[in-house]
Design a protein around this ligand. Structure first.
Ligand SMILES: Nc1nc2c(ncn2[C@@H]2O[C@H](COP(=O)(O)OP(=O)(O)OP(=O)(O)O)[C@@H](O)[C@H]2O)c(=O)[nH]1
Ligand SMILES: [Mg+2]
Length: 322
């Protein structure tokens, strides 16, 4: 292991904000250095609790995370926040908005907040998110919030990276339908109806409760619905308590172990999958060769099964040393 990576890892472990920032940039860009660093840091991980916050755009996720982070900070707990925006470039407006809204913690070293956008780096966004949480874990952040706009399969996959998933809904046109479509209800461990100030009679909350196939995928846990007004911090205490309750119910060694096994199984498959794709596209950067093979298959000059085997036989996918 080269010493600059070792130094970098030491700084990350010490919670050095600039070192963590640099590492997250490397993760985002898919730099090989990020992998070396994460490899070094891995033994220092495994303590953090990952809380996924997902829901349609504008439901108040960032505002809620901000309030929750403040709540945890008031108890002296180190917090990390990763806001994922899969579509916008890193300097995009939505992300900038998030930064500004979360700025309340800008001078507090116990909080690390960062927006991340996919650069199509190795493993895509889900992998980048997994790596980012690992980094913050190594940096001693006990609670790590991952905010995603839960509208697509990608984001659902990211939500699965979390130990606890909070689905944020808000009263407004068609939100609940959208949530259903996106498969959000199935992944929720906790439901939040935010903007409860716009839901005077609690009608929206009732509708959501009524759709109660509200089944969480985590055994016999029954997801609760918490009403919040994130802008005023209302219901945030209750939400933090519910997160704590979920954590207590799942903190036993065997629960955690089972979940971690599942997590790393998915991680390994994703890593290997993307390495294979990466190798094939690297040796065929213009995609011409793949196009030619596909065209030959389409016109029945080549056999797809044979062509696939041929592609696989040409791979040399392990990067190096163990
Ligand atoms: N009235 C009301 N407004 C809220 C509440 N929570 C958030 N907002 C406002 O709703 C808007 C969107 O809030 P965000 O926290 O950015 O929502 P988001 O879900 O993170 O948005 P995206 O990241 O763009 O998907 C902001 O103008 C907030 O001030 C609430 O409880 N009540
Ligand atoms: Mg947001």
């Amino acid at each position: 292991m080269n010493s600059s990576v070792e130094n970098w890892a030491t700084q990350v472990r010490a919670g050095d904000v600039r070192a963590i920032s640099r590492a997250l940039t490397a993760v985002e860009n898919g730099d090989e250095a990020a992998q070396l660093l994460l490899r070094e840091l891995f033994p220092s991980t495994g303590r953090a609790w990952r809380i996924g916050i997902t829901g349609a755009g504008g439901t108040g996720k960032s505002t809620l995370v901000n309030s929750l982070a403040a709540h945890y900070r008031a108890q002296g707990k180190p917090v990390g926040v990763i806001a994922i925006d899969p579509s916008s470039p890193f300097t995009g407006g939505a992300i900038l908005g998030d930064r500004v809204r979360m700025q309340g913690h800008a001078t507090d070293d116990g909080v690390f907040i960062r927006s991340m956008a996919s650069r199509g780096a190795w493993g895509g966004l889900a992998q980048a998110t997994a790596d980012a949480t690992l980094l913050l874990d190594a940096a001693g952040k006990e609670s790590i919030f991952v905010e995603t706009v839960g509208v697509g399969q990608d984001e659902i996959e990211i939500a699965r990276v979390a130990d606890c998933t909070i689905v944020v809904l808000a009263p407004g046109a068609g939100d609940e339908i959208q949530a259903l479509k996106a498969g959000l209800l199935e992944i929720a461990d906790i439901f939040v109806v935010n903007k409860a100030d716009h839901d005077m009679g609690g009608d929206f909350a009732k509708q959501i409760l009524d759709m109660s196939s509200l089944g969480s995928s985590r055994g016999d846990w029954q997801p609760k619905l918490i009403r919040t007004v994130a802008t005023e911090g209302k219901g945030v205490e209750e939400l933090a308590q519910e997160i704590g309750r979920f954590r207590d119910a799942h903190a036993e060694a065997h629960h955690r172990h089972t979940r971690e096994v599942e997590y790393w199984k998915n991680w390994l498959l994703r890593f290997v999958h993307h390495r294979v794709i990466e190798q094939i596209t690297k040796s065929d950067s213009t995609g011409q060769r793949l196009d030619a093979i596909a065209a030959a298959i389409a016109s029945r000059q080549e056999n797809p099964y044979a062509a696939a085997e041929q592609l696989l036989s040409q791979l040399s996918i392990s990067r190096k040393k163990n």
